[in-house]
Ligand binder design. Structure first.
Ligand code: 6PG
Length: 256
């Protein structure tokens, strides 16, 4: 296993020296989790994260890890999406399509993107909720159990599109919501906390000094989750792994 590992009763933090090492460790984690899921359950369900950080990971999966992943047994979903069409430069789907999906032998039927081209963001969220309910064959009140949810974290401590002080943080029953983000004056369509916390494994990828303050607040302060929503991501019956590079970990204190 790469990097310095720190284990708490809730989560594991693995600090990698460089971003390159960070993405290599993340690729190993995806391959390990995918193989285990397919061996145990015949399929691997993954929710991809957006933003810029995972691009290098997706590139690595599409190149170095290409031959070692069971692509035909893998099913792709998204943790969140910007309220834009899939062709838009801002689209998380487009980013994953360009860096990963267009380069691997995956059937279109295995890819479930968020229909964010719908001008009605709430309707897009409802449609994606129905997609999840159908794919995971959920009974009323049940939550989908992803094998792996990849997340990034913003400098404000948000994860997926669970932004500080937004209504979505209180959501207890819906799987997907359209969340109005005042600072961007737009909606984001995002999985809710109950879905993130029902996963078998959640892995955060955090790189760069601009994330150091929030990472310290999330992992080593008693600041409320309302203020740093990544803090509220705690799988109830699953593992939580923080893969961070040394720059992002620069404000963390580890007892030697
Ligand atoms: C998005 C993401 C978001 C992202 C963080 C970190 O749609 O932007 O899902 O949660 O992971 O904002 O973004 P960077 O990786 O670009 O720093």
């Amino acid at each position: 296993m790469r990097g310095d590992a720190f284990l708490s009763s809730f989560f594991e933090i693995r600090t990698l020296t460089t971003p390159q090492e960070l993405f290599a460790a993340a690729a190993e984690e995806v391959v390990r989790t995918a193989k285990a899921a397919v061996a145990e359950r015949g399929r691997f369900t993954i929710a991809l994260s957006g933003g810029s950080t995972p691009k290098s990971l997706y590139n690595l999966l599409a190149t170095n890890a290409k031959s070692s992943l069971p692509w035909d047994r893998m099913f792709f979903f998204w943790g969140d999406e910007r309220h834009v069409p899939p062709t838009d430069p801002e689209s998380n789907y487009r980013m994953a399509e360009e860096t990963l999906l267009s380069k691997i032998p995956v059937a279109a039927a295995n890819v479930f993107r968020i229909p964010a081209e719908n001008a009605d963001a709430a309707a897009a969220a409802d449609a994606y909720e129905q997609t999840l309910r159908k794919f995971f064959a959920l009974q009323p009140g049940e939550f989908p159990r992803f094998d792996l949810i990849l997340l990034g974290m913003g400098p404000d401590g948000h994860a997926a599109s669970l932004f500080p002080g937004t209504a979505v943080l209180q959501e207890k029953s819906r799987l997907v919501v359209a969340n109005w983000v005042e600072k961007f004056k737009t909606y984001r369509i995002t999985l809710t906390l109950p879905v993130l916390n029902a996963a078998r494994c959640v892995t955060f990828l955090v790189s760069g000094t601009e994330k150091a303050g929030a990472l310290h607040a999330v992992l080593q302060s008693d600041s409320p989750g309302e203020q740093y929503p990544s803090k509220l991501v705690r799988p109830s019956d699953g593992t939580l792994i923080w893969l961070v590079d040394r720059a992002a970990a620069s404000e963390l204190k580890f007892s030697t």
